[in-house]
Design a binder for this molecule. Sequence first.
Ligand code: SF4
Length: 336
Amino acid sequence: MGEKILEVNQLKKYFTVGGGQVLLAVNDVSFSINKGETFGLVGESGCGKSTIGRTILGLYDKTDGEVLYDGNNIHSLTTKEKFQMYRRMQMIFQDPYASLNPRSTIKEVISEPMEVHGVYKNKQEKLDRVYQLLEEVGLNRDHANRYPHEFSGGQRQRIGIARALALNPDFIIADEPISALDVSVQAQVVNLLKDLQMDKGLTFLFIAHDLSMVKLISDRIGVMYLGNLVELTNSEELYDNPLHPYTKALLSAIPIPDPDIEETRERIILKGELPSPIHPPSGCVFRTRCPMAMEVCALKKPTWQEIEQDHYVACHLYDETIVNTEQARGLATKLK
Ligand code: SF4
C-alpha cells in the first residue's frame, strides 16, 4: 500500500432543494487514494460521484465527514490556504467546449491559471510554458493563437488537460473527461493521461459513468450507487470477481469485441429508474432494482466490509450472519 495523498472519511453532502426537502447526494462515503495512483469512481449519472469531486476540491461545503489532502483538512482551510492548495489540485471537466472561453485564444486559456496565481511575470517565460504544455498534450505551438471552436472535441479535451497541468499540480480530478468524446478518441485521451501520469507522477481521481474505459486507466475502482459507495477493489479484481449485484450489472453492459462471445453474453438488465436521492429506499439503496433483493434488504442498511484482502462491499449477500441464520432464510424471498 502506497502513501495516502487523499483521505475521504465518512463524507456526507446534502443539498436543500425546493420545499425544504433534503437531497442526499453523498451519504457516508469513505475511501483513500495513494500517491501516483489512479482511482476510478464509477456510477450512473446522479449517483453523487461528481459531487464528491467538487466537495473534495472544496467547491462545495461538506455536510459531514472530512476530506484530508496530504494531511490538510480541506474544509478547515482559510480562503487563502485553499487558493494555495489549488495549485496542487486541479480538475478536468467533462465538456471541454463548455469549459473553454470561446472568446479566448488557446494561449490565453492555458495561461489563465498562471495569471491567477501570479506565476511567470515574464511574458516570454509564460509563452514558453504554454508551448511546452501544448507539446506535452500532443498539440503544437501553432495552436496557441487559435480559438476553441477551431478544434475537434478530442483536441479541446487536450487543451483542457494542458490548462489543468499549467500549475504543475500533483492531484487531478478528471470528471467524466471522455464521456463527450467519440470512442476512438476516448482511448487516445486515456492513453495521454496515462503517459502524463508516468512522466509527472500525477495522482488521478477518474470519474466515469461506465466501467469500460475506467479499467484501462484505474488501479483501483469504487462503484457508487445513489450517494453510497457499494464496492471497492483493484480494477482486475473488480472485473474478474465482482461481488455487488450493481457492479455485476454494470459489467454485464460492457460490449465484448468478439462477436461469438458477444452473441451469447448474458446481460443483467436493471429494472426501473434510479430512485430519487431525496427519498432513497430504506435499508439497501439498491434494493428496488436488485435482482437478488431479500426482505432484509429493506429493513437494514448493509455494512461496508472487507470480504477479501482490499476488496470491500456493502451487500447483505456477503453478511454470513444474515444469510446463514434461520431468520434470513425466512426473509430470503425476492421483493416484488
Ligand atoms: Fe441486493 Fe440486498 Fe445486496 Fe442490496 S443488500 S445489493 S438489495 S442483495
